[in-house]
Design a protein around this ligand. Structure first.
Ligand code: SR1
Ligand code: MG
Length: 397
């Protein structure tokens, strides 16, 4: 049966993905190809097209015009596909070792064709299985430091930065974060999703004026601070890993945002995994948080001294001031992420996968108390090592 070659948007089928791979010349003629839709995220279709003989493949990711996690009732811009491919290309210009290669992208079809990373595992899945990924924090710390520095007013021409920021204006995807991370979980909103047994704990958050004020400040930073090109959704499901390699995927939420946001989301998702583990297996997660921060500070500071374009860079105290607010913001953003992944629309398998109901509820209560402490106590912390004691205190009812 002849397969048509669409040039206007329509969702791909597995056969359509094979036809596209052939049309793009990504495989030699006559290659026996197989394809499977493997997307398990909240938003997109992901096709893996494989040469059945060599087992080498490519990934074709296609945005759907709605949020898959909710359905067609939640329309969503296809432009996120261009944001994603452009973000991957921008990140690749600074840290090619940490992102998949982009082979092709097409705005009208909302597709990005990229390197197949199936030899790696989604970090969230591996962490749930108890893996520790020894190089994860070294790599993520370096990825964040370099991408933030080089796309900021410290690391690039300040006029070009404004142009680049314009090309990453991403209002619809930012709105998802503004609502799902910073707003809905803190109010009685229909998108929230939690067990009935947690209602009293959740209601306490909804009635907590002190907490609301701090979350409002963090949300305001997310709304207004355009420090650098951030990934915008750097949870452990956006990371492929092995013991040797790390690749960051899915930057469809990328935009010019606050320095601390990606660090905070990454910390939060390590903490969500720690919450799902027995106490004696939690330390590697805390160690990853420490190392991510230490690597970030070291790489960002080296670049600051060697590649800074801002005349005030040598002014005593400026770097320390920037690092101080990145740290405090990251801890606060982490708190919001921990809370929203527990009671908001988009949960994480780390917590939802705890089979025993009582244990699961206990872990979720612990998460809510931890998220609240991270937000309220962020300005009292001076080092990531102190997160361990916040975590321990939050375990006590
Ligand atoms: C409707 S999208 C829900 C969540 O999935 C994405 O990965 C983001 O984290 C978003 O908040
Ligand atoms: Mg994603």
């Amino acid at each position: 049966m002849p397969v048509s070659h669409p040039t206007v948007y329509e969702p791909l089928t597995e056969q359509g993905a094979i036809a596209l791979a052939i049309r793009l010349g990504l495989f030699p003629e006559g290659t026996p190809l197989a394809c499977r839709e493997i997307g398990d995220g909240n938003l997109n279709l992901v096709f893996r097209v494989v040469d059945q003989q060599t087992k080498k493949g490519i990934i074709i990711k296609q945005a759907l015009p709605y949020a898959k996690v909710v359905g067609e009732s939640w329309p969503l811009t296809l432009k996120r596909s261009v944001i994603e491919s452009n973000a991957l290309r921008t990140f690749a210009s600074y840290v090619p070792q940490y992102v998949p290669k982009v082979y092709y992208s097409d705005e009208s079809l909302a597709i990005t064709v990229m390197e197949d990373l199936s030899h790696l595992q989604i970090a969230r899945k591996g962490l749930i299985e108890g893996k520790t990924y020894p190089l994860l924090s070294q790599h993520i710390g370096e990825f964040i430091a370099k991408t933030l520095f080089y796309t900021s007013d410290f690391g690039m021409n300040q006029q070009e930065k404004k142009q680049l920021a314009q090309s990453f204006v991403n209002p619809e995807l930012c709105k998802i974060t503004e609502d799902l991370v910073f707003t809905d979980p803190f109010f009685d909103h229909e998108t929230n999703n939690f067990e009935d047994e947690l209602r009293n704990d959740v209601k306490a958050l909804w009635d907590d004026d002190k907490l609301h004020l701090e979350v409002a400040k963090l949300k305001h930073k997310f709304l207004t601070e355009g420090d650098a090109l951030i990934h915008g959704d750097l949870h452990t499901g956006s990371i492929f890993a092995s013991d040797e390699e790390t690749k960051i995927i899915d930057p469809e939420f990328a935009f010019y945002g606050p320095f601390g946001f990606d660090i905070g989301q990454f910390f939060a998702n390590l903490l969500l995994n720690a919450l799902s583990r027995p106490e004696q297996q939690q330390e590697p997660l805390f160690a990853h948080i420490d190392k991510t921060w230490n690597v970030f500070v070291s790489v960002f500071s080296d670049l600051w001294h060697s590649h800074n374009v801002e005349p005030y860079a040598k002014t005593e105290g400026l770097l320390e001031e920037v690092l101080h607010y990145v740290f405090i913001d990251a801890i606060g953003f982490a708190g919001c992420e921990v809370i929203r992944r527990t009671i908001g629309l988009a949960h994480v398998a780390d917590l939802d996968g705890i089979e025993d109901k009582e244990e699961r509820l206990q872990a979720k209560r612990h998460a809510l108390r931890l998220g609240r402490s991270l937000i309220l106590q962020r300005e009292t912390l001076s080092a990531t090592e102190e997160i361990r004691s916040l975590f321990a205190q939050a375990a006590l009812a």
